[in-house]
Write a protein that binds this ligand. Structure first.
Ligand code: FAD
Length: 291
C-alpha cells in the first residue's frame, strides 16, 4: 500500500439525534463516530483506521453543554478542550479539569478536540483519562440497549480500548464538584511537538483537620492505561501532606507500574522516574489547594 495520507473510501452520515447516531453506529462495527476528528482523521490518513462510514456528531444539539448540577459537574461529550478551559462553571466547579483542558495540544487541537472523543479514543498519552480517573468521574454512555454509566476507573481497558461496546456513544462526563478541603492537580512531562504526555500524574486530595483523609494518585502515559498508585495513596493518608510525606509517598509510585512503557520517546526506566517526580509536583500542588 503506497503511503498516500489519503483515507480509504468511507460513507458519511450527519445525524441530528443521538438515537439516529446510535442506529448508524450499531449497524456495523466498522462504522465510527466523528467528533473533533483530531485523533480519528490522522489515523484514517495513515490507514491505521479504515472505517466504512463516519457518523458526524457535530449536528446533534445539546451534547456540548458544561453545567453544574448540585454537587456534580456535567460536561457534554462534544465540549471542546477550549470550551472546557474557558468555562467559568468548569473552572470554579473543577479547576483541575479546566487546567488540564487548557494544556492539551495546541490551540487548533483544543478548538476541535472533544472530551468525549478523548475518552473514547483512550490514547495512553492523553491527559483527560488520567485526570478523570483521579476525579472518580463517571462516563455516561448511550447505546442500542439504552443508557449506562461507566466509572472512569473501569472505562480504560487497554491501548486505544475502552469498555464501550459497538453502537455506544459517550454523551456526557460527570465529576464531583471540588469542595473546600479538596484539591486537585495534574502535572505532565509533555512531548514538545504534540503536547501529549510522555508521563502525567493527577492527584486529588481531601484534607481534614490538617491531615490527608483521602488521596487519589493516577499515573498516565507510563502504561497502556492510567494506573492507580494505591501504595502511594496509602502512604499519604493520615499525614500532613508536607514535603517529606509527599516525597516518601512518591517513592511508592513504581509499585503501580509493573511493566512500564518504553518507546522512542522515553525508556521504561525514564518513565518511572518521571512518574515519581511528577507525583511529587502534583501532590504538592493538590495539597496546597486543599489547604
Ligand atoms: P475524534 O478524533 O473525532 O474521535 C476519536 C475516537 O473516538 C474515534 O474512534 C471516534 O469514533 C471516537 N469518538 C469520538 N467521539 C465519541 C463519542 N462521543 N462517543 C463514542 N466514541 C466517540 N490529547 C491530549 O490529551 N493531550 C495532548 O497534549 C494532545 N495533543 C495533541 C496534539 C495533536 C497534534 C493532535 C492531532 C491531537 C492531540 N491530542 C492530545 C488528541 C486530542 O485531544 C483529540 O482531540 C482527542 O484525543 C480526540 O478527540 P476528538 O474529538 O478529536 O475525537
Amino acid at each position: 500500500m503506497p503511503y498516500t495520507m489519503r483515507p480509504a473510501e468511507f460513507a458519511y452520515h450527519r445525524p441530528t439525534t443521538v438515537e439516529e447516531a446510535i442506529g448508524l453506529l450499531a449497524s456495523d462495527e466498522e462504522v465510527r463516530a466523528l467528533a473533533g476528528g483530531h485523533s480519528l482523521l490522522p489515523m484514517m490518513k495513515l490507514r491505521l483506521a479504515t472505517p466504512t462510514a463516519l457518523v458526524d456528531l457535530s449536528r446533534i444539539p445539546g451534547l456540548d453543554g458544561i453545567e453544574r448540577d448540585g454537587d456534580v459537574l456535567r460536561v457534554g461529550a462534544l465540549a471542546t478542550h477550549a470550551s472546557v478551559a474557558a468555562s467559568d462553571v468548569a473552572r470554579e466547579a473543577c479547576p483541575v479539569l479546566a487546567e488540564t483542558a487548557a494544556g492539551i495540544g495546541d490551540r487548533q487541537v483544543r478548538n476541535r478536540g472533544t472530551i468525549g472523543g478523548s475518552v473514547a479514543h483512550a490514547d495512553p498519552g492523553a491527559d483527560y483519562p488520567t485526570v478523570l480517573r483521579a476525579l472518580e468521574a463517571t462516563i455516561v454512555v448511550q447505546g442500542p440497549n439504552g443508557g449506562r454509566e461507566v466509572a472512569a476507573g473501569d472505562c480504560f481497558v487497554g491501548i486505544f480500548t475502552t469498555a464501550l461496546t459497538t453502537g455506544e456513544l459517550v454523551t456526557e462526563v460527570h465529576m464531583p464538584v471540588t469542595k473546600p478541603g479538596m484539591g486537585g492537580a495534574y502535572a505532565k512531562h509533555e512531548h514538545p511537538a504534540s503536547g501529549y504526555s510522555v508521563a502525567g500524574v493527577a492527584a486529588v486530595l481531601t484534607v481534614e483537620g490538617g491531615s490527608v483523609a483521602r488521596a487519589r494518585v493516577i499515573i498516565g502515559g507510563a502504561m497502556p492505561t492510567p494506573m492507580r498508585a494505591t501504595a502511594a495513596e496509602k502512604a499519604l493518608v493520615g499525614s500532613a501532606a508536607a514535603t517529606e510525606a509527599i516525597a516518601a509517598a512518591a517513592e511508592h509510585v513504581a509499585e503501580a507500574l509493573d511493566s512500564p512503557t518504553g518507546d522512542t520517546y522515553a525508556s521504561a526506566e525514564y518513565r518511572v522516574h518521571l512518574a515519581t517526580v511528577l507525583t511529587k509536583r502534583a501532590l504538592a500542588a493538590a495539597a496546597d489547594r486543599a489547604g
